[in-house]
Ligand binder design. Structure first.
Ligand SMILES: *Cc1c(COP(=O)(O)O)cnc(C)c1O
Length: 363
């Protein structure tokens, strides 16, 4: 057979990356991916089944995502020309990085600025396109380190600035004042505020689009009960959305996903509210239980998970929990203060109890 080494043609950055893979294996309690607990009622399931059944399987999806964009726009009180949907917000992140590639400042590659720790897709997506990534560490309270952020923006001259608020994995929101300072300073960049967890937070940031043309908001159905649909979207000014739309694959969102997401957004508000209320209730309860365990640190959570500082190395706790059938997310090996924190998704009451019991045995 004639041999061929794919590395001959592939970009160098691939060698520094690993494929994204959720932890494999069977666990009775999975609290590692920030999905919502499975609480969807039977009437809602029935409605979704009906809609799936009416899909024209022979036809391509609506390339313009018209119905879904309209439903989202109506729900948010913006124009449909301010919304663009992707296969999860992940696709929107990659789309932004595909088109925002100006060489600016002194860097030989286009740059993005983000924080650390934060959602790994920003870095992954940028590196795979050969972009430079400047990661600014969050401060002691896991909030934006304003001065360092402003310096990074000045030095790197990024096309894009990514800020998750509420942030993953810390669960904290960026303070409004610091966010606005960054928006004002990054005049020549698009600042993307990722609101994947906004339904679990105590305040909104969407109104920023009324005051800053250089802001865009990312949202998703993934963390509020519909991760299977892979539907996320960006809200921004119409001339940005129109340009992004040129680079989007025309049939990116399957018909089933568009139709079901439309139903979720326009009809299942009370279902989402019920999921939200259940998660917030459990989050409060779990937090109260955890605060009676000595040695834990519990930053405030504005998301559907807790970021828990441990009196022991995260790796040990992660492994001991896994041995008891409870999977959480650990970032050990990343060094520094991350080596003592785990991220735990809020599950159902019984799942959270299993976690609590396993943690007590472990510490
Ligand atoms: C989970 C997550 C997403 C992923 O969203 P998808 O819509 O599932 O692609 C985006 N941003 C943050 C901060 C997340 O934690």
């Amino acid at each position: 057979m004639q041999s061929f080494d794919p590395h001959l043609i592939l970009r160098d950055e691939l060698s520094e990356l690993k494929a994204y893979s959720p932890t494999a294996g069977e666990y009775e309690v999975r609290l590692d991916a920030n999905e919502a607990p499975a609480l969807l009622g039977s009437a809602a399931r029935q409605r979704l089944a009906e809609v799936s059944q009416a899909v024209l399987f022979e036809r391509y999806p609506d390339a313009g995502q018209k119905e879904l964009r309209q439903a989202i726009a109506t729900r948010l009180g913006v124009g449909p020309d301010q919304v663009l949907c992707g296969v999860g917000s992940d696709e929107i992140i990659t789309l932004l990085m595909t088109v925002a590639t100006r060489l600016r400042g002194r860097s030989p590659a286009p740059s993005i600025v983000t924080t650390t720790p934060t959602f790994v897709m920003y870095r992954l997506s940028a590196r795979i396109r050969g972009q430079r990534v400047v990661e600014v560490p969050l401060d002691g309270d896991w909030d934006l380190a304003e001065a360092s952020m402003l310096r990074a923006i000045e030095m790197a001259a990024p096309n894009l600035v990514f800020i998750a608020s509420p942030n993953n994995p810390t669960g904290t929101m960026v303070s409004r004042e610091r966010l606005e300072t960054v928006l004002s300073a990054a005049k020549d960049a698009l600042v993307v505020v990722d609101e994947a967890y906004i339904d679990y937070s105590s305040r909104q940031q969407l109104d920023l689009i009324e005051s800053y043309e250089n802001v865009a908001i990312l949202r998703t159905l993934s963390k509020i009960g519909f991760a299977s649909l892979r539907v996320g979207w960006i809200v921004g000014q119409p001339n940005l959305i129109a340009e992004l739309d040129k680079a989007r694959l025309p049939y990116n969102l399957p018909t089933v996903c568009q139709r079901l997401a439309t139903v979720v957004v326009s009809e299942l508000g009370s279902e989402i509210e019920a999921i939200r209320a259940a998660v917030l209730g459990e989050r409060g309860r779990l937090r109260a239980e955890l605060s009676s365990i000595p040695g834990l640190e519990l930053p405030p959570s504005e998301a559907n998970f807790l970021w828990i500082g441990l009196p022991k190395p995260a790796e040990q706790v992660f492994t001991a929990l896994a041995e008891r059938g409870v999977l959480v997310r650990s970032f050990h090996g990343r060094g520094g203060r991350l080596d003592r924190f785990v991220r735990v998704t809020i599950g159902t009451g019984p799942e959270n109890d299993r976690f609590l019991q396993a943690l007590r045995e472990t510490l």
